[in-house]
Ligand binder design. Structure first.
Ligand SMILES: [Cu+2]
Length: 226
């Protein structure tokens, strides 16, 4: 191979790789920015508040029938994203408005809140340390789980017979829902994956495809910042 030929053989793959890298970076950077929790500092240290909702169907976009999480911005607007930002070494107060129906409880471990302050959650104002099956148990709609922090919260489903089910996001509190509240503590700064562990992608293999595998629906990242 001539010298210019050898040079081209090096430069062309390099240019292709560089173009793909920049294109990939631009594509990723278009992903919605993390929604930052409302923060405050108290005598006990940093605190943050997050409000989310889980819906049975997004109602718009390329997957209108997919289940999804949404996050509320501090100004009250709902955003279809699962990127959250909270301070490091902080007490995080979480409110989740759960509009979806549930299915059978999966196993005793998944019925129990884990890693929350006090090991409990409140469901519509009532403090519980486990969701126990009742005769008319609506089951669990979704979980909010951050494996690396040992945090997992089951979200009780609304009954199939609920009078006013929400069918498109963002749902307002006029629709049938459960309000789940809990607190957890963050540690060091870092990027933590979170997801739902109920196989709620009902049209997909074992319920684990589609929204369960797609950022922005049933999983995302918790950005813990110093
Ligand atoms: Cu789910």
């Amino acid at each position: 191979m001539s010298k210019p030929g050898r040079l081209l053989a090096i430069i062309i793959p390099f240019l292709i790789a560089a173009t793909l890298f920049i294109w990939g970076g631009l594509k990723l950077s278009r992903y919605p920015a993390a929604i930052a929790a409302t923060t405050s500092s108290t005598s006990n240290g940093a605190e943050a508040s997050l409000t989310m909702q889980t819906v049975p169907a997004l109602g718009s976009g390329p997957h209108p029938d997919w289940v999804s999480y949404l996050i509320q911005r501090p100004d009250g607007q709902w955003v279809h994203t699962t990127m959250l930002q909270v301070p490091a070494h902080a007490l995080v107060h979480v409110t989740i408005l759960q509009y979806d129906t549930g299915s059978d409880l999966r196993n005793p471990l998944m019925n129990q809140p884990q890693g929350t302050v006090g090991g409990t959650i409140t469901v519509n104002g009532q403090t519980v340390d486990a969701l126990t099956p009742k005769n008319d148990a609506p089951g669990i709609g979704h979980t909010f789980t951050i494996p690396a922090l040992g945090v997992s919260v089951p979200l009780e489903g609304v009954p199939d017979t609920a009078k006013n089910p929400c069918s498109a996001a963002p749902c307002t509190t006029n629709y049938s829902h459960n309000t789940i509240q809990f607190e957890f503590r963050t540690g060091a700064a870092g990027l933590y994956h979170w997801q739902c562990f109920v196989p709620c992608g009902t049209a997909f293999l074992y319920g684990n495809g589609g929204p369960m595998q797609t950022l922005g629906f049933m999983g995302g990242f918790l950005k813990v910042v110093a």
